[in-house]
Design a protein around this ligand. Sequence first.
Ligand code: SF4
Length: 404
Amino acid sequence: MNAKSKLRSEELTHLAKEFYKYKIKYLEEHSNKSIINYNKQKLLEYFQASEEDWRNWEWQMKNRVNTTDVLKNIFNMSVDSIANIEKVSSVYRWSVTPYYLSQIRLASNSDPFFLQVIPSICELETWGSNDPMGENSTNPAGAITRRYPDRAIINITNSCPSYCRHCQRRRNIGTYDFDTSISKINDSILYIKQHPEIRDVLVTGGDALTLSDEALDKILWQLNQIPSIEIIRIGTRTPVTLPQRITPQLVKILETYSPIYINTQFNHPLEVTEEASLACKMLVDAGIVMGNQMVFLKNVNNNLYTVQLLNPLLLENRIRPYYIFHPKNIIGTHHFYISVSQGLEIVKGLRGNTSGLAIPTYVYNSENGNGKIPLSPECLAAEEDEECIYIETWEGKKITINKK
Ligand code: SF4
C-alpha cells in the first residue's frame, strides 16, 4: 500500500469510528431479549394464551391492547402517565398488537416502540389540519384516491393492527374498525376499468393485510383481470407491527398475482426483529418486491445514525429503502414534527457514509393532492454561473463541473 492510500484508508476508518461505536451498542441492545421475553410472558399470562396463540395473527388482532389495564399490568407506569393516556383515549382511539407491545423496553417517550403506539398528551394540541393532502378532494369514485396520471389508490379498510400515533390518515381511524363495503370496492374496480391510463394500483387502507385471505384474494383477482393493470402494490405495516400475518397461505395468494410490490414502514432499526425478518424473507423468497417508506419522527429517528443503521439493515433483509417522508402537519402529531432543514441535514449525512442503495428519496407530500416533491441537499447547495455548476461532495468539498 502506498503512503497516500494508507493515509486515506486511515482517514476513512477515523470517519467510520463514531458510527461503528453506535452500531456495536445497538447490536448489544438488539441481542438482549430479556425485557422482551419478560413482556411476552406477562402478556401470555394476562390473556391466558399459549405460544401457538401468539404466533396466530388472528389471535393477535383479536387481543389488540387498547386499555390501560394491560399497561398497568406489564409496565411500571406512573399514575399521571396512565391518566394522560386515558385522557387522550377519550378523543383518539388507540390499539396495539401484543407482539408490538412486547417490544417496548422502557415505558416512556424515549422508547421508539412506546412513542409510536401509546397515546401522548401532546396529541391534544390543536396545531395542524385533518387532511392536509386533500385526500377527500381526490376521491373520484368508490374508495379511490387519485393524485397522478397513471396510478391510483384503493382504500380497502380503515383497520390497522396498531394505530400509529403519527398516522397521516388518523382522521379515518374513527371509533371502530370497518372494511370498505363491497359496493364501494366494485365502484372502484369499475373506475379503474374505465380509465385504462391507470397501470399501477396501490391497495391500502388502513392496512390492506388486515383483510381476511379470502377477501383480499377476491380484490386482487378483480384487479388482475383488468388488462391495463401492470402492477399491484400493497401498503401494509404488518411486517413491522404484526409479522405473524405473513403466513404461507397469504404468501401463496400474493404470489398468484405477480408482480406484487409491498411497501411497508420500518421507522427504527430495533423494529427489524427476528419475527419481522422472517416475515419479509417469506415475502421476498416468493418474488414479492419490498420497499420501505420511513417517516421522519422526532425522538424516534431524527438522527443520522439511526437512519444510517436502519437502511443497510433493510437491504440485508432485501427491502429497498424507497422513501423517507417528511412528517405532515396532521392534527395531533406536532410532537413528531421536524424541520425540512433537519431532514436534509440527515439525508446529506448519509451520502458517502453509506452506499447509494441505502439512501432513499426524501419526499415532501404536498398539500391538496399535488403529489410528492423530492427534497435533496444538492438542490439547496448547488450554485451556478454561465460556465459552471458548483456542487459539494459528501465531505463538503467543493467540486466544479463545466456546463459544456
Ligand atoms: S399502519 Fe399506516 S395507516 Fe395504519 S395507523 Fe399506522 S401509519 Fe396509519
